[in-house]
Write a protein that binds this ligand. Structure first.
Ligand code: ADP
Ligand code: MG
Length: 481
């Protein structure tokens, strides 16, 4: 026993004399901790994010500040959630996520599980996403044509709901000018133009079939409607997928730039734009700025770039590059792979942060990316992923706390019970994101009891439900009773 301790003692003396490993590791450790500390937000900072989001929601609703607001607060002309009387057969498009899809949705009765869907996924090649608007819409119509053939439905003129997950300045349920492209899209000659017109014109150009385009739908709204179909308390829709966005039911009287003071309307917040007026620069890091600078829309969608699936992996990659530059990772070797934009997808965060995943597996994930890591490297990479996803979930939660508290105040309530319908792979598959998000909402909005329910295909089902509700509304307006 005595001899054994003696040996350890002499070993450590030996180490210290030569390379001083413990000291060097401590200083390295400090550098890593300092880097990641920028992602750890204090309760006060989170309160500030909530307060700022609240202010921007208000600014977006006011007539004077609406046109320039960072959180755009777009009206959707959806006046109510479904009441269960919706039925019919609808065509739906889903554009703006990972996949472009065409769907047929059949709503049979107002009862649970009475929605049937048939859909087909189509690729949108990069050159079309970033080509001309005409090419993009021609491609969409070609996919619709293929789908109608496939379903044997070329001659049925179905009402269509178009889920178009980009900010649109709507002036009606079927009228909306694209404000700006976000995420991976950048087709020319679309911004400022009516999306429904562009689709109608492409259908005319093809001159092969006719469609009755009834509604243009944001994916958040589709998600809220889908969940509201089953839970009437659902009055908020959240997306944590490729992008990040929220919609909710606002009082008409608060939406200053829309005519009318009665009842409610769903507002698409476009909260991804939060921060565009430089008001969250204090929590943005140099890595966020790096990701923003290398994106298709620098300066835009700053909140989205800190919270959504399209960007989290990129933030991680930027940190890894920086740590490697400083000799703190991968033996200081920056490989070509590590320099490649997009190699580090957000799904790797989910895998690496999984509690069940052994470090050896983290290492093999990194190896599959061409990154040769030691056990120590694997630990650090896992910490980096955790710091980035944790902050994303927390600020998303702070934003949500602002939304639920605003709804509570709108209604003059001390306490509010409300449900959020959620869609998005980041929320659904990341091992901790949803838990951290919910915990943050609970801490920052203690007077609200907020339930989160997963939507199943809000973009498809929701588009049909909105189309159904819009048609009913149309009929009610034509035949007042
Ligand atoms: P969309 O929002 O585009 O309709 P999704 O909700 O499927 O579609 O989100 C896609 C995004 O989710 C992509 O950015 C992708 O990187 C990310 N993602 C995919 N798989 C995972 C995962 N397992 N964990 C976290 N994020 C993921
Ligand atoms: Mg989607």
């Amino acid at each position: 026993m005595g001899r054994f301790t003696e040996r350890i003692h002499s070993m450590s003396v030996h180490f210290q004399k030569n390379v001083k490993p413990t000291e060097r590791l401590a200083s390295q450790r400090k550098e890593i901790d300092d880097t990641l500390a920028a992602f750890a937000l204090s309760p006060t900072q989170l309160q500030e994010v909530k307060a700022k989001m609240h202010m921007e929601l208000e600014r977006g609703l006011k007539k004077d500040s609406h046109p320039t607001a960072s959180v755009k607060m777009l009206p959707t002309y959806v006046y109510r959630t479904p009441d269960g009387t919706e039925r019919g057969k609808y065509l739906a498009l889903d554009l703006g996520g990972t996949n472009f899809r065409v769907l047929v949705v059949k709503i049979r009765t107002g009862m649970r599980n009475s929605v049937r869907m048939y859909n087909k996924i189509y690729a949108i090649p990069l050159e079309i996403m970033q080509g001309t608007g005409e090419e993009l819409f021609d491609h969409i119509v070609q996919c619709i044509s293929d789908f109608l053939d496939y379903m044997g439905m070329k001659n049925t003129r179905l009402p269509l709901g178009f889920t178009f997950s980009f900010p649109c300045n709507q002036t009606g349920i079927d009228k909306g000018d694209l404000v700006c492209w976000t995420k991976g899209f950048k087709a020319t000659e679309c911004e400022g133009y009516d999306v429904v017109d562009m689709l109608r014109e492409a259908i005319k150009r093809r001159n092969e079939f006719d469609l009755d385009i009834v509604a243009i739908v944001n994916d958040t709204v589709g998600t809220m409607m889908t969940c509201a179909y089953e839970d009437p308390k659902c009055q908020i829709g959240l997306i944590a997928g490729t992008g990040s966005n929220v919609c909710y039911m606002e009082e008409m009287k608060n939406i200053e730039f829309v005519e009318g003071d009665e009842g409610q309307m769903c507002v698409n917040t476009e909260w991804g734009g939060f921060g565009e007026n430089d008001n969250i620069e204090d929590i943005r890091t140099r890595y966020d700025r790096e990701v923003d600078g290398g994106s298709l829309n620098p300066g835009k969608q700053r909140f989205e770039k800190m919270t959504s699936g399209m960007y989290l992996g990129e933030i991680v990659r930027q940190i890894l590059i920086d740590l490697t530059k400083h000799g703190l990772l991968f033996r200081g070797r920056i490989t070509e792979r590590l320099k490649t934009k997009g190699i580090f997808e957000t799904k790797f965060l989910s895998q690496i942060e999984s509690d069940r995943l052994a470090l050896l597996q983290v290492r093999s994930i990194l190896q599959s990316l061409g990154l040769d890591s030691t056990c120590d490297d694997s630990i650090i990479v896992k910490e980096v992923c955790g710091a980035v996803s944790h902050r994303a979930a927390q600020i998303c939660g702070a934003g949500m706390a602002a939304v639920v508290d605003k709804i509570r105040e709108n209604r003059g309530l001390d306490n509010l019970e409300i449900t959020v319908g959620v869609d998005g792979t980041l929320y659904k598959l990341h091992p901790h994101f949803s838990t951290i998000l919910k915990d943050t909402v609970r801490e920052l909005a203690p007077n609200c009891k907020v339930d989160f329910i997963l939507s199943e295909d809000g973009s498809g089902k929701g588009a049909a439900l909105i189309t159904a509700v819009a048609q009913q509304h149309h009929i009610e307006k034509q035949e007042p009773h």
